[in-house]
Design a protein around this ligand. Sequence first.
Ligand SMILES: NC(=O)c1ccc[n+]([C@@H]2O[C@H](COP(=O)([O-])OP(=O)(O)OC[C@H]3O[C@@H](n4cnc5c(N)ncnc54)[C@H](OP(=O)(O)O)[C@@H]3O)[C@@H](O)[C@H]2O)c1
Length: 375
Amino acid sequence: MSDKPVVVYGASGYTGRLVCEYLREYGVPFVAAGRNEDRLNESMSSHVAGIETADYEVTVVDHDVEALTELFKGAKVVLNTVGPFSKWGPPVVEAALAAGVHYTDTTGEQDWLITCDEKWGEAFADKGLLLSPGIAQMYTTGEIAAQVALEKPGLDTLDIAVFWGGSPTIASTQTILVNAATSTAHYLEQNQLVAFDAAAGLVPLVVPGQHELALSLPWGGTSHPIWFRRDPRVANVKAQGGVFNTALMHGVPQIVAAALEATKDMSEEDRDAALTATAAQVMNQMPPRENPRVNKSLDSVHASGPLGRAHCVIHGNSNYKQTGLLQAYAAYSLLQAPPKRVGFASGCQAFGHRELLGVLRTFGLVSEPVLTVQD
Ligand SMILES: NC(=O)c1ccc[n+]([C@@H]2O[C@H](COP(=O)([O-])OP(=O)(O)OC[C@H]3O[C@@H](n4cnc5c(N)ncnc54)[C@H](OP(=O)(O)O)[C@@H]3O)[C@@H](O)[C@H]2O)c1
C-alpha cells in the first residue's frame, strides 16, 4: 500500500526517470516502482537530477494484478511507463481500476488505445477515474497542434505529420517493431476506422522547415484517429510519420518485413521473443541524455473543411523530456482537480490543449505554434 499519491511504474527506464525528475520539479511525492531494486536505486541516485530534494521511495513489485493493486491502494494516480503496452499494459490497468486510481501511460500504440477504450473506458468512467493511455510526446504534442488548428470552426479533416530526431530507447525500439509487425494501422475516414494498405511502403512528405522531402510510414496509425473518432467536429484523420534520418527510414520496412518473414510460423510467445531479440540488435543500451540540438520534434497538422483551412506547426526538442513533463503535469493536476473528462480520454481532452501547450512552453520544450488560417 502506497503512502505517496503517485506511483511511477517502470521508474528505472529512460522515460520513468524523466517522469520522476519532473515530479520532483512539481513537488509531488512519488513511489518509484519496478521489478529490480538495484536498477531502481541506481536510476534514482545517478540519473534523476535533483533527486536529493525529492520526496520518494523505491518499491519492487511483481508484474501481476494482485501485487500491483496492493501497491496502488492509497495512491491517487499511476503513471505507467512499462511498454510495449499491448504486451505489458493489461495487468496495470486492471490493478489501477481495482485500486480506484487514475491511470495514464506513455503509449503511442494505436491498438492499445482501442483496447483501453473498448475494454475498460466505461468502468473507469463509472468510478469517476481517468483512463488516459498516451500522454506523451507522440502523440500529445501533435494533438495540441490539431486542437489549435480546430479552434477555427468548420474544419472536419486532419492531415497530420509527426517526425522526430534522436535515438529511440530499448523499449521504444521494441514497441515500434512489435507494433509494426503485429498490429493493423488505421486512419479515420468519414468516422470509420479504415486499415492502411500494408503494402504501400514509404511515402514522401513535404514537411515544414526543410527542403528535403521526409520519408514517412503510417507508424502504427498513431493515436490521433482514436482520440478524434468521437469528436463531432472531425470526420477524417490520417497521420504519417517517422524519424528525420532518411537512411534509417529506408531500413525500417526492411527490418519489419524480415522480422515478419522470420516469425510467420512461430507461436505468439516465440514470435514475441524473436521480435524482442531483433529490436535488441537495433538498440540495446540506454541512449544518452537528450540534447536539444540533436533531439527534435516536429508536429504539423493541416486541418481543412469545405470552405476553410488551418495549418498548425509545433517545433520542439527533447522528445522524452516532453513525455516526462506531460506525465508529471498530469499527476500534479489530478492531485488538485478532477480531469475535464473521466473514462477514456486523451491528454488534451482531460487537461485542455492550451494548458498542456503552456506547460511545454514554460519548460522550453516547444516553440510557439506557427498557425496559418485561411478564411
Ligand atoms: N509515445 C511517446 O512519445 C513515448 C515516449 C517515451 C516512451 N514511450 C514508450 O514508453 C515505454 C517505455 O519507454 P522507455 O523509454 O522508458 O524504455 P526503457 O528505458 O527501455 O524502460 C523500460 C522500463 O520498463 C521496465 N520493464 C520492461 N519489461 C518489464 C516487465 N516485463 N515487467 C516490469 N517492468 C518491465 C524496465 O524495467 P528494468 O529497468 O527492470 O528493465 C524499465 O523500467 C515504451 O513502450 C516506449 O515506446 C513512448
